[in-house]
Design a protein around this ligand. Structure first.
Ligand code: UGA
Length: 441
């Protein structure tokens, strides 16, 4: 099939690469000149395991191409995937301007039947807005060309995106058109395993499914973080509680790991957007508001625990940071707990000495050169002579730890672990003042 993908961000690139990889002809369009130039050379601007070789192989096989040319993009695909950004607006609602700009571009140029597919996370009712935009643009041209708009939300996790695409738990398609259903089956047909994972439903059902999935996962995280805060105050160990509740299959072990708050480009944005959508229909979403508030509070606990452990004064202190990314296997720092911590430390007059296996260039891009931020080559350099260590991301390479090695390097033996990587008993036995999440302070 001929497929156009609008947007060469995370979702757009993974979708384009994976669909080309099973034999479709894919043209991926973006307005960003530099990005398209790099992609044409097989240089992938995001860190995602397996994506770069897949893009290179499909560029070579000429099944995948990149363009900035909107005319070419619209005329190319029978299927037109919209995978552009939907950032949070100032009121927490999703900003649809990029999605509607693509819809406008399609409506102004299309000459034959198209299926326009919303892959970006867009609020309930967006497919109707995309259809109205395309319809109005066609009308302005005096054309009456047939088209359909459907919703096919993405459930990829950063760091595991290729695996999530090729072995999806489900593919949700929102449409009431049998023609679209047949075309979407054909699109995913090469993924034989995925055939039985296709779930067809109404357009609004599919749009709400995406938000409900992320809101549910965010709720599980805020729930366990709340239990962790209680455990700290009640002398209980949340890791034992997690094992105890996870063993109930109705609860399950997934997504109940306590931590320093959820970050990334999805949960924070999508929970806020759903709260905003609820307000729009006069329904205050109390549970979602609480999920968001608990997460906000959780991100601040690292600095609060650190300040308490260092006697309340952070001014002039040097704090070592292990992990900057919002989670392992990505360089993404959007809404990362490390940022809340660093910004609080700088406001208090402390210096940060940080190490992350891949996110340091991103950190430099976000914060630039500054005297109170050093990015160092390994975790040993981060802790050498530092007043305390804080762990923000559970990178695999942090999982092993020579306790005596660490103690010998830190000026004060304070370790604040936002990811519960180590056994508190052995940390204390080594003389480290170890503060994890929900494991007794
Ligand atoms: C999330 C969802 O997991 C995907 O299913 C969804 O497709 C995606 O958003 C999206 O909407 O595009 P992602 O943001 O890549 O994926 O990251 P997750 O692995 O879900 O982690 C999100 C945050 O939750 C991270 O900060 C992580 O550290 C935190 N987390 C996760 C916890 O604190 N505890 C857990 O038990 C799990």
């Amino acid at each position: 099939m001929k497929i156009t993908v609008f947007g060469s961000g995370y979702v757009g690139l993974v979708t384009a690469a994976c669909l080309a990889d099973v034999g479709h002809e894919v043209l991926c369009m973006d307005v960003d000149k530099a990005r398209i130039a790099r992609l044409r050379d097989g240089e992938v601007p995001i860190h995602e395991p397996g994506l770069e070789p897949m893009i290179r192989a499909n560029l070579e096989a000429r099944r995948l191409a990149f363009t900035r040319d909107l005319d070419a993009a619209v005329s190319f695909g029978l299927l037109q995937f919209i995978a552009v950004g939907t950032p949070s607006g100032p009121d927490g609602g999703a900003d649809l301007s990029q999605v509607l700009a693509v819809a406008q571009g399609i409506g102004e140029r299309m000459t034959d039947y198209k299926v326009v597919i919303n892959k970006s996370t867009v609020p309930v009712g967006s497919a109707d807005r995309v259809a109205a935009t395309i319809g109005a643009a066609l009308e302005a041209r005096g054309e009456a060309i047939d088209f359909d708009v459907c919703s096919n939300p993405e459930f990829l996790k950063e760091g595991a995106a290729i695996e999530d695409f090729t072995h999806a738990a489900r593919i949700v398609v929102g449409t009431d058109s049998p023609r679209v259903e047949a075309l979407m089956r054909e699109c995913y047909a090469p993924y034989i395993r995925l055939q039985e994972k296709l779930i067809f439903m109404g357009v609004r059902d599919a749009e709400l499914t995406k938000y409900a999935a992320n809101a549910m996962l965010a709720t599980k995280i805020s729930f366990i973080n709340e239990i962790a805060s209680l455990a700290e105050r009640l002398g209980a160990d949340v890791e034992q509680v997690r094992r105890g509740i996870g063993s109930d299959p109705r609860i399950g072990y997934h997504f109940i790991y306590p931590g320093c708050g959820y970050g990334g480009s999805c949960f924070p944005k999508d929970v806020k957007a759903l709260i905003h959508t609820a307000e729009g229909v006069d329904y205050p979403a109390r549970l979602l508001q609480a999920v968001e508030a608990v997460n906000h509070r959780q991100k601040q606990t690292l600095c609060a625990k650190l300040s308490q452990a260092l006697g309340g004064d952070l001014a002039g202190k040097t704090i070592a940071l292990w992990g900057l990314a919002f989670k392992p296997n990505t360089d993404d720092m959007r809404e990362a707990p490390s940022r809340t911590l660093m910004e609080a430390l700088w406001a208090a007059g402390a210096r940060v000495r940080a190490y992350d296996p891949v996110a340091m260039p991103e950190c430099r891009r976000l914060y630039g050169e500054r005297d109170d931020l050093a990015l160092v080559a390994d975790r040993g350099q981060a802790v050498a002579g530092a007043d305390a260590l804080v762990i923000c991301t559970e990178w695999k390479e942090f999982r092993t730890l020579d306790r005596d090695w660490l103690k010998a390097r830190l000026r004060l033996p304070v370790v604040i672990d936002g990811r519960n990587l180590y056994d508190p008993g052995s940390m204390h036995a080594a003389g480290l003042l170890y503060h994890a999440v929900g494991r007794g302070v």
